[in-house]
Design a binder for this molecule. Structure first.
Ligand code: UDP
Length: 347
């Protein structure tokens, strides 16, 4: 039996890994390494528990690594060691985090075939750490699983044209299809669901304050799931949460609750990559507080609207009614099965 090592480390990766691990373990010796990028209970452990993901076989200790470089270096060292010990036949990497980057570099240097899930996404904003991580991961991957045609076209434009580029839908769609029908409303009154954590929205105190003030003025309750990074910035900047009358800040929630909050919200307001997609899959209007997105398909027919510099456009965007919706844009909920089948054939 071939050995597959999946490398995960951040919240969205646990969610992508859940349906993959279920399939991988049917056909492979499917090991998991958790890099420790996200380690809080509610950013990590809760997902393993509620999504039934087996405990990671290996973990890295990156506590105390405060810069991107230190973090990536520690992960890289730990992933390399596990690869030397376990001799995996392939490394599975997800999305665009520092964990993805570290594993991609190890795979490339040790000539271990890399399987990139969520390949080909581009925001064309190289100031985003995620964009750099994606480019490196795609460049060195043997098998590239792209959720959309745009992603495939992006790879082609960069000269990545080999025969192992596949469109297989999106593994997050597998999860939404499984979970969304089961979740019940969590809030009685009408509300918008919000998450904000990208550096360009949180690292400048004025920007962060302006966003929160704009949200507070929208005239509806805001359920704001607060990422540890954003919480840290709020306290560092001395911004008191209590000053925002309509915003209810909540700790990060598990996946089921996140889907429930999105499903029953009047609109989702976010700068998250995954949530833009989930909102689309849930047929929910979304406003993205960014100047660009890698999930360009969600912008069609008003399902997702970009608002960045001029936050007064939030109100205008909220007044729009989205048009036609493509139910199968991100696949039919069987992406993980399809990806695993292709891996089995290729390895
Ligand atoms: N999410 C969650 N709990 C929360 C907020 C988000 O489970 O309190 C989920 C959300 O449903 C989506 C994923 O986390 O599946 C998105 O991750 P995140 O926004 O951290 O990262 P990004 O997608 O921007 O890389």
């Amino acid at each position: 039996m071939k050995t597959i090592l999946s490398v995960v480390g951040a919240r969205p990766q646990f969610i992508k890994h859940a349906p993959m691990q279920l399939q991988l373990q049917k056909h492979f010796r499917a090991l998991t390494l958790h890099t420790g990028q996200h380690y809080d209970e509610n950013m990590s452990k809760v997902f393993f528990e509620e999504l039934g993901i087996p405990k990671p076989d290996f973990t890295c200790d990156i506590a105390g690594a405060t810069t991107q470089g230190k973090q990536t270096a520690l992960m890289l060292t730990a992933i390399e060691q596990v690869c030397m010990d376990e001799q995996p036949d392939a490394l599975v990497i997800y999305g665009d985090t520092n964990s993805t980057l570290a594993a991609a570099l190890v795979g490339a240097k040790m000539s271990i075939p890399l399987v990139h899930i969520e390949a080909g996404l581009r925001s064309f904003n190289r100031a985003m750490p995620e964009e750099v991580n994606r480019i490196v991961a795609d460049e060195f991957s043997k098998m590239l699983f792209c959720p959309t045609e745009t992603a495939i076209a992006n790879l082609h434009k960069e000269g990545i044209q080999h025969e192992h580029i596949y469109r297989c839908g999106d593994v997050m769609c597998d999860m939404i299809q499984l979970i969304a029908p089961k979740v019940l409303p969590l809030v009685k009154e009408p509300y918008y669901f919000t998450t904000i954590h990208r550096p360009y929205n949180t690292d400048d105190p004025n920007r962060l304050l302006t966003i929160l003030q704009a949200l507070d003025r929208l005239g509806k309750k805001i359920i704001f799931s607060i990422h540890p990074r954003t919480l840290h910035r709020l306290s560092a900047f001395g911004i008191q949460k209590e000053q925002f009358e309509r915003i209810q800040f909540i700790d990060p929630v598990g996946y089921l609750e996140s889907v429930a909050y999105q499903k029953y919200a009047d609109c989702v307001i976010t700068d998250s990559g995954g949530i833009q997609k989930e909102a689309y899959m849930l047929k929910k209007q979304c406003i993205t507080l960014r100047s660009e997105t890698e999930w360009v398909e969600t912008l069609a027919d008003g399902w997702n609207t970009l608002v960045f510099d001029d936050l007064s456009k939030l109100k205008i965007a909220l007044e729009q009614t989205p048009g036609a919706h493509n139910e199968f844009l991100y696949g039919d909920g069987r992406a993980a099965e399809e990806i695993t089948g292709i891996m089995l054939k290729n390895l």
